[in-house]
Write a protein of this length. Structure first.
Length: 246
């Protein structure tokens, strides 16, 4: 299993974005904890993605981190904009979709995108992932999907895979502890369960936070995602529930 370690310090954010994220936290869109912790968590997604792009696979050496490869990306269940808004600021030359099923959170995201002048490259979509994953404009359209706290592993995998083009990456937040403490890869991300979706395990990126990197080795089968609510009610495989550190 490949493992990466944390990269350089996170770049600064524009005051307008920081103010918006503070408001999101006040409204309960981000969860508990200081804003700095949420920002560090968001930048970790970029570090993991850029490390894969740069071929950083030596677990004993810091990865090469820089501008990620070109390609449209999607934030699955964007909520209060972590990591979506932070990644949009870090990757100004990439188009993005911030997906959330809540109209209130989506309005906040859309207003923030407008205030920052990003409307030409960042789109907010209000929809359930099970429905959006069948939209011809979104299915198979992304080189990267990120998921901070979307749901348990089998739900995140089933709802994320349909958005990915072949060779695209799904990066999911993981607890920042050793795998043995919360269930090994075979329990959380079993080979057979992922294969049903066209996914395979790529690597584990571990810094202050943990990130599981999955690769779309082939197109997601047409039968996925299943109907709204079914991935959670009848998951493709069973695994212990574990809370993320965010």
């Amino acid at each position: 299993m490949n493992a990466f370690v944390s990269g350089p310090e996170s770049p600064s954010l524009p005051p307008t974005l920081v103010a918006a994220l503070r408001q999101a936290r006040a409204w309960g869109f981000l969860g508990d904890g200081p804003l700095d912790v949420h920002l560090a968590h968001a930048h970790g997604f970029a570090d993991a993605s850029e490390s894969v792009d740069a071929g950083g696979i030596d677990p004993l050496s810091p990865p090469a981190v820089g501008e990620s490869q070109a390609g449209t990306w999607l934030d699955l269940g964007s909520g209060g904009g972590i990591p979506g808004l932070v990644l949009a600021n870090r990757w100004p030359h990439r188009e993005a979709v911030l997906l959330d099923s809540s109209e209130r959170r989506a309005r906040f995201l859309a207003q923030t995108v407008e205030n920052l002048g990003w409307a030409d490259r960042v789109r907010v979509v209000t929809a359930r992932a099970e429905l959006a994953g069948r939209d011809p404009a979104l299915r198979g359209a992304f080189s990267l999907v990120v998921a901070r706290s979307f749901g348990p592993p089998p739900v995140t995998a089933e709802c994320g895979a349909p958005f990915l083009r072949r060779e695209g990456l799904l990066i999911v937040s993981e607890p920042p502890i050793l795998p043995s403490a919360y269930g090994d890869d075979d329990a959380r991300w079993p080979v057979d369960g992922l294969a049903a979706l066209g996914l395979e395990r790529h690597s584990l990126w571990r810094g202050k936070f943990g990130y599981r990197v999955l690769r779309q080795s082939r197109e997601c089968p047409e039968r996925f995602p299943r109907r709204v609510g079914v991935p959670a009610k009848r998951p493709l495989y069973r695994t212990a529930e574990v809370s993320s550190s965010d």
